[in-house]
Design a protein around this ligand. Structure first.
Ligand code: SAM
Ligand code: SF4
Length: 449
């Protein structure tokens, strides 16, 4: 069975976080610049890139089941060229080669700028690049082709923090920041293509240090005409302490384009577990950071990440997690069962929590988070705000847009289009969305009367 010698089409499938979504887009840019055309399904593609995530175990299993499907011969006896990219490729390159001999290219997240070259190389045997090169990949990427109103922009990669449960420092390497001048140029090019909102991405985005601090970069980006909204994610509580944190909080007050939203993962409400996780923050220091931010910007929406069932987590520790969820009243939260990651310190810890206990705690945590999200959404009823329309709703005529607080707002506005920023009043709230009505300009109101 052969893969196509001169591929014409490609499909990139993204697993995991927003940084992978950005990387997938950039791999698409590279392949398009090389003359290939994007197609919507893997079945229609000559080259299929699986951009993997290694954060939890199941993500790697998804890679192997996708490879299993792709290697089945098509009607003409061919199969696509298969590329395993991303953090699983980085961490398990040799293992992938053994378990899935049909994979043609294995490329890590720091080396994907070489993808077109690796594809050519794969015509004569499997091509592998899981190096962590000194030359940043961003310097070798073509112009972006994005066509949506909202875009991601990776500003920082890697991690030096070594939480005991996490593989990121091993798969994405040490913390590096892209030069501010490059980011401003990339943002200007995005705005010229119609982008109106940019979300700055980093594994620890608030550790950004590329001639400017993150707050400095946000202030510089806010000067770009046509860029209406700026967001950033994911922030680390440790980097919110001290002057860097103060500066970012000040930016939330001064920069109107910076949306009132902070994603600040706490992982656990128990300081004892946070210490075992090597998080370098306590429950108290985390809550103090949120209090500083809320004092400066009272309407800020907060979200977080949580892990249940970290080794040694008792019911009392878990109760601390439930109580922090209630105390903070998160607008949203991402909740995970602890997943053993080979090679990380927590994998070797005693007192691993049984799967059934993790399941049961996760269910209780999700219920508490849903209650908090509904309570937060209810606090926004009656607010007037601008939403960025992103996609059609389920019913005819409905559109869904994002509020400043990152809620999905459902609205019907005759004549409005995806990509428009429109003013609305929030009139009702659900756990995962709000309902809104357009603000009628006063001239139309008086004409109707
Ligand atoms: N750097 C960010 C921070 O420290 O807050 C988080 C980035 S990490 C890629 C995204 C989330 O994955 C983490 O916040 C954590 O909740 C989750 N995660 C990481 N390793 C995990 C593991 N072994 N098991 C379960 N969840 C995990
Ligand atoms: Fe992983 Fe911790 Fe680094 Fe976040 S700070 S990426 S959780 S090691």
């Amino acid at each position: 069975m052969t893969s196509p010698a001169s591929p014409k089409t490609y499909h990139v499938k993204s697993f995991g976080c927003q940084m992978n979504v950005y990387d997938s887009e950039r791999m698409g840019d590279l392949l398009s610049a090389d003359g290939l055309t994007a197609v919507n399904t893997p079945e229609a593609a000559d080259v299929v890139v699986l951009n993997t995530c290694h954060i939890r175990e199941r993500a790697a299993e998804k890679l192997y089941s996708d490879i299993g499907r792709l290697r089945q011969p098509r009607a003409d006896g061919s199969r696509p060229t298969i590329v395993a990219a991303g953090c699983v490729a980085q961490a398990e390159g040799a293992e992938i080669g053994r378990r899935a001999p049909d994979v043609d290219v294995i490329v890590g997240p720091l080396a994907y700028h070489r993808l077109p070259e690796l594809l050519k190389q794969s015509e004569t045997g499997r091509a592998v690049d899981i190096d962590m090169p000194a030359v940043p990949k961003f310097d070798s990427l073509p112009q972006r082709r994005i066509a949506q109103a909202s875009a991601f922009l990776t500003v920082q990669e890697g991690c030096d923090k070594f939480c005991t449960f996490c593989v990121v420092p091993y798969t994405r390497g040490p913390e590096t920041s892209r030069p501010a001048a490059d980011l401003i140029a990339e943002a200007e090019a995005l705005v010229a293509r119609g982008v109106r909102e940019i979300t700055l991405l980093g594994q620890n985005v608030n550790a950004y240090n590329g001639a400017l601090t993150l707050a400095g970069l946000i202030r510089a980006l806010a000067q770009i005409d046509g860029l209406e909204r700026i967001r950033y994610t994911t922030s680390h509580p440790r980097d919110m302490q001290g002057t860097g944190g103060d500066d970012l909080i000040a930016a939330h007050v001064e920069v109107a384009k910076l949306m009132p939203y902070l994603h600040l993962p706490v992982q656990s409400g128990s300081s004892r577990i946070l210490k075992a996780m090597n998080r370098a923050h306590t429950r108290e220091s985390y809550l103090a950071t949120l209090a500083r931010l809320r004092a400066a910007r009272p309407d800020v929406a907060l979200s977080g990440d949580f892990i249940v069932g970290f080794p040694g987590e008792t019911e009392a520790d878990f109760q601390d997690t439930l109580s922090i969820v209630r105390e903070v009243q998160y607008a949203a939260a991402y909740c995970f069962k602890y997943s053993i990651r080979p090679g990380t310190p927590a994998a070797a810890m005693a007192d691993q929590v049984p799967e059934a206990v993790k399941d049961e705690r996760l269910a209780r945590l999700l219920a508490a988070v849903a209650e908090g999200s509904l309570a937060f959404n209810r606090t926004t009823i009656g607010r007037r705000c601008t939403i960025l329309l992103e996609r059609p709703g389920r019913k005819p005529g409905q559109l869904i847009g994002k509020t400043p607080w990152l809620q999905s707002a459902v609205v019907s506005i005759p004549g409005a289009a995806i990509g428009d920023l429109v003013e609305v009043d929030i009139v009702d709230a659900h756990p995962n969305s709000v309902e809104a009505v357009p603000v009628v300009p006063s001239s139309q109101e008086s004409a109707a009367a």
